[in-house]
Write a protein that binds this ligand. Structure first.
Ligand code: 6CS
Ligand code: FE
Length: 303
């Protein structure tokens, strides 16, 4: 019998360890699946290449209306007024985000587990999935703030202990996403690079990072963003209410503020593979609260 030797595997996605922002290749696949699902083989191939997919009719008009009134109810709810899951814009105090919407609303939970929604995540990630995070971003007219450039996986790896980018977000439009009201911008193809960010994660950093317009860490420096944008280009993703964008957890993305009169309110659902559950944070003093990073890894029912 041989002795068991514990081999420490190096972190393939080091970040927030030094003063420089560096770029390397992604160590893991983008499309894992052999599972069947709503996407056609060409759509899967395109997702693999660009890092995102647009589903034009993910929700019916009735679902959109019901969901929109539900989230308005949550935003105005006196019980949630002091709740840390409700994040407000700096200055105006308008609601910027509400987290855990799949726990606060039965309708959102139902939408998340539908075959045309969860089924896309299961198909791309090639496994059962669970919800890592859910949020509603309001981006109100006139006062909605921007979301600066970032890779979600960089945050989830550093601060939540997500081992690999075997995760994705589905952003469902509840209002039209126009070019002008702060719709999502993606550097298509950037999901194949690993952009390691400079700086260290301060204690309780999440309190700032969810509202600050240029967060002090967790975002690439300007020369790196310029090189990525020059190489891949920036795509702006627009669509009517009810459309959905599925995007890889390691896409470089962001969105402008909204000074138009038209709110841009989207429901974000983050699905992680059950084969990629959270460990300890890779680059933060302590894990973030549960509303940002779930430790209930119970799979959604199979679509
Ligand atoms: O910190 C997070 O986990 C979240 N923040 C942003 C800006 N995007 C992804 C994620 O929802
Ligand atoms: Fe994001």
């Amino acid at each position: 019998m041989t002795d068991m030797v514990e081999i420490a595997t190096a972190d393939q996605y080091p970040t927030r360890t030094g003063t420089a922002c560096t770029v390397s290749g992604r160590a893991d696949p983008v499309v894992w699946g052999t599972w069947n699902g709503p996407l056609t083989p060409p759509e899967l191939a395109r997702y693999d290449d660009k890092g995102f997919h647009v589903a034009p009719r993910a929700l019916s008009a009735d679902d959109v209306a019901a969901c929109y009134s539900e989230i308005g109810r949550l935003a105005r709810s006196p019980q949630l007024e002091q709740d840390s899951r409700v994040v407000r814009e700096q200055g105006t105090g308008d609601v910027r985000s509400i987290f855990d919407v799949h726990l606060l609303s039965g309708l959102v939970a139902d939408i998340a587990s539908r075959p045309n929604i969860a089924g896309m995540a299961q198909q791309i990630l090639g496994s059962d999935v669970y919800i890592h995070q859910s949020r509603l971003n309001f981006k109100p007219g006139f006062t909605g703030g921007p979301f600066y450039w970032h890779s979600d996986f960089e945050t989830w790896h550093a601060e939540d202990g997500m081992p690999t980018p075997r995760a994705l977000s589905i952003s469902i439009a509840l209002t039209p996403n126009f070019e002008v009201n702060g719709s999502l911008m993606i550097i298509a193809g950037s999901h194949r690079r690993w952009v390691s960010c400079a700086g260290e994660t301060p204690k309780d950093y999440f309190l700032q990072s969810l509202v600050q317009h240029i967060p002090p860490t967790g975002s690439p420096d300007q020369p790196t963003l310029t090189r990525l944008a020059d190489e891949f280009g920036i795509e702006q993703i627009t669509g009517p209410a009810g459309s959905a964008i599925v995007f890889d957890s390691n896409c470089m993305h962001g969105s402008n503020g909204n000074i138009t009169p038209y709110p841009r309110s989207n429901l974000f659902l983050v699905f992680n593979s059950v084969e990629n559950v959270l460990t300890e944070p890779f680059a933060a003093p302590a894990p973030r609260p549960e509303f940002l990073a779930k430790h209930d890894f119970t799979p959604l029912r199979r679509a």
